[in-house]
Ligand binder design. Structure first.
Ligand code: 9MR
Length: 354
């Protein structure tokens, strides 16, 4: 396999560099080095009882070198788009699981687990849903049917669901989505209950961005989660997307934040990690990015209930960033040519490679 060759070549190069640098490397040290290089991020994470995953998207799956790394380096995948409402229920009552199933089949072939993403979100909704007004009873029925049909279909095939995605504004008020406007804040508890009925074993998460650090938006989740737990609503975790940007600073309270959710009896996960920068990428920016990848990994490992980390795809070749933030990019640990960047080695270090 090309990857194995790369790894061995890499290990050889490291050993050669050490020798050239005059550092003593006996056969044992070299074997250790090689052994370390051969461990995948997933294997390193497993030693801490965590998974290490990547998002992927259906159109990317024809790219063989890409899928080879996706299948070998990670033990968890998330469909970037294939399980969203527009894809799974393109016409009212007509369900299409082809894209999600393709991801699930790939995961099974590679013995990876799958995070379901996402049941209720204000974005990427089908036209039939957004193009008309609904009464509360109508929308409730539509929502319940969607959630239960999708969750039932993937029962036993996904270990967790991002049930409600991006429900709050930056100031911690509820986002005025079609669901909130029509049904009020209770749509979140209802959706969690419906999902739980459809699959009593799957872990149910609320998921959002800009909630890595402690602040008004993560406070809103903390408050809501506490209420939901008090009402015995089936909520199991909070997903912190972690779409970070060098120009906005590192969320230094990440670990404390993970801990306060753990104290509510909830799991946490870093669900959509990337660290973007203003282009061009320089050595300095890539070094800082590597530090952030290291630090966020260390934060997750420090909190027992932080169950795993998912990159929002693993290579700059398929990152969503340049399309959404013109002039920004280079956000992932592998570059556009699938070459590992400093961030990749920082991840290995944080996962305790040696
Ligand atoms: O990665 C997804 C990209 O392909 C889509 O075009 C985009 C549409 O908004 O959604 C991206 O994924 C988002 C995820 O579903 C929720 N959190 C933010 C992600 C980046 O936009």
């Amino acid at each position: 396999m090309p990857r194995t060759r790369t790894r061995l070549a890499l290990a050889g190069a490291v050993a050669a560099a050490l020798l050239l640098g005059g550092i003593a490397t006996g056969p044992a040290a070299q074997a250790d080095e090689r052994h370390g290089e051969e461990r995948t991020l997933a294997e390193l994470a497993q030693r801490h009882g965590r998974y290490f995953g990547s998002a992927t998207d259906n159109p990317e799956l024809v790219d063989a070198p890409y899928t080879a790394l996706l299948g070998s380096e990670f033990d968890q995948i998330t469909p970037g788009n294939g399980m969203k409402w527009y894809a799974t229920e393109p016409q009212q009552g007509v369900f299409d699981f082809s894209q999600g199933d393709e991801i699930v089949d790939l995961a099974r072939a590679n013995r990876q687990k799958v995070r379901g993403h996402t049941l209720v979100w204000h974005s990427q909704l089908p036209e039939w849903l957004t193009a008309r007004e609904w009464t509360a009873p109508e929308l409730r029925a539509v929502l319940k049917k969607h959630v239960q049909t999708v969750v039932r279909h993937y029962r036993g095939k996904v270990f967790a669901w991002d049930v409600v995605n991006e429900a709050f504004n930056e100031d911690g008020t509820y986002r005025e989505t079609i669901f909130y406007r029509t049904l009020g804040p209770g749509y979140i508890a209802d959706t969690l209950r419906w999902a739980h009925q459809a699959d009593p074993h799957v872990k149910l998460y609320l998921n959002d961005y800009n909630i890595e650090g402690i602040g008004p938006k993560s406070d809103a989740y903390h408050r809501l989660a506490k209420e939901l737990k008090a009402q015995r609503v089936p909520l199991h975790g909070i997903g912190l997307q972690a779409h970070l940007a060098l120009q906005y600073g590192y969320p230094a309270t990440l670990e404390d934040n993970l801990r306060r959710f753990a104290r509510l009896g909830l799991d946490t996960a870093l669900t959509e990690v990337d660290v973007r920068m203003q282009l061009p990428a320089t050595e300095e920016k890539l070094a800082l990015q590597a530090e952030w990848y290291r630090d966020l990994t260390a934060a997750c490992l420090a909190v027992r209930r932080c169950v795993g980390i998912t990159l929002w795809d693993y290579t700059d070749r398929y990152s969503w960033i340049p399309g959404f933030f013109p002039g920004e990019g280079a956000a992932l640990p592998w570059d556009e040519d699938l070459r590992p960047k400093p961030a990749y080695f920082a991840l290995r270090g944080a996962l305790g490679e040696n």
